[in-house]
Design a protein around this ligand. Sequence first.
Ligand SMILES: Cc1cc2nc3c(=O)[nH]c(=O)nc-3n(C[C@H](O)[C@H](O)[C@H](O)COP(=O)(O)OP(=O)(O)OC[C@H]3O[C@@H](n4cnc5c(N)ncnc54)[C@H](O)[C@@H]3O)c2cc1C
Length: 443
Amino acid sequence: MHVLIVGAGPTGLTLAGDLAEAGLAVTVLERREQETANTTRAFGVHARTLEQLDIRGVADRLPGQKVRRVSLFDQVSLDLGNLPTRFDYLLITPQYEVEKVLRERAERLGAEIVHGEEVTSLCQTADKVIVTSTSRTWEAQYVVGTDGVRSTVRRLVGLPFPGRSVVRSIMLADVRLTAPPADVLAVNAVGDGFAFVAPFGDGWYRVFAWDRRKQVDDKAPLELDEIKQVTRRALGTDFGMHDPRWMSRFHSDERQVPTYRVGRVFLAGDAAHCHSPAGGQGMNTGIQDAANLGWKLAAVLNGHAKTELLDTYEQERHPVGRAVLRSSGAIIRLAMVKSALGRRIRSVLVGFLLGRESIAAKAAGQISGIGIRYGGKTRVGDVELTTGRLFEALRGGRFVLIANEEHATPDFVDVVKPVQPVAEPIMVRPDGYLTTWDDVRCR
Ligand SMILES: Cc1cc2nc3c(=O)[nH]c(=O)nc-3n(C[C@H](O)[C@H](O)[C@H](O)COP(=O)(O)OP(=O)(O)OC[C@H]3O[C@@H](n4cnc5c(N)ncnc54)[C@H](O)[C@@H]3O)c2cc1C
């Protein structure tokens, strides 16, 4: 087998599809017996992730509600409506819908997904990795641990997960509302708590509430009344919430592994980094980790690139993970400001900063992922081509050269013609970032 992936969450499923599309033999081991749950953790898909899903042909299959203005607190909000993409919004949709389209794609392209197999041990030699799971042993050229925040793979390769706890005892409920908020997203933070309400678009709503005065263990019993009370304090009403289908308490840590690779084993998604849910970045970052790693593993295993290309996965994605820890940490800390004076300063300062066009555009680029760049390698937007769009041309998982006329290229590069002529040819990596001819030739 070429690649064994541990964990069939959004990160593992994205990677499995990309590797299968490149013609590689890939198996995903998942300890859960069932395919999907009707509960959901993530519920927001940002613009750059939607672009990555578009590059995989599944973005338009996601149901949900589009949000162009993200409220932060105290009437301060961030405008996503000016993002330079057709996905100029945050899509509110349950994580299981994202997993569903990614799973279907991965299976259609030939990835094998095996449920009820929990990985328990792993050892690597110079040319392979041997993995043991519930019922058997597997051998692969590379292993990727996408097994979430409590990653076994991370432990088995001996990596620490340094960081700290950022917020305890957040309450979560998925509920029905009799009187939904007028704004799509309702959020506010008062001195001793905060609440957040967002629609899934199918009649269900996600509520988060946090009460500074009641900090208890994640396992402490939780009643809907407790969530209602905090929501009333923060937002003035509980919107008539009822019939919870899921309630939970959770805490949130900020952690990141020092390295994303140990020999032939890689880590991606929550296994490599975790942070507060503020900003809705976890699933998004994991899918983009997979988009970065997939084509590199495929290029090396298909003999188009030297193994050094694999080092660029950590070089490019570790700093992005670090930036996400910083931004989501900043949002949650601002939401938790206690004193009235602190809260007044917060709204003036954040309102002032987001009132400045360049800072607001930078913040929107950061939170949506559209602004992510790898050194000089910027994202290439969805250029209109004589044969369709760039993101459609990238669907084969290959390099794409945008050029006004024919070019002789290696067989892993497709040449496409733009509707508006380009000043010079543009080479695009399979994950939609700018690269150069030299990069392609030296790989
Ligand atoms: C309340 C909440 C709200 C959130 N909201 C958002 C949001 O709006 N937007 C966003 O982007 N993110 C959000 N997140 C974060 C998001 O849910 C995670 O970042 C995302 O699920 C990570 O995906 P992953 O594939 O890396 O890991 P996971 O989804 O955790 O998947 C890991 C998989 O590995 C399997 N596994 C674990 N150990 C083993 C083993 N030893 N052998 C085999 N299989 C194993 C698990 O069963 C699991 O299926 C939220 C999280 C929480 C808790």
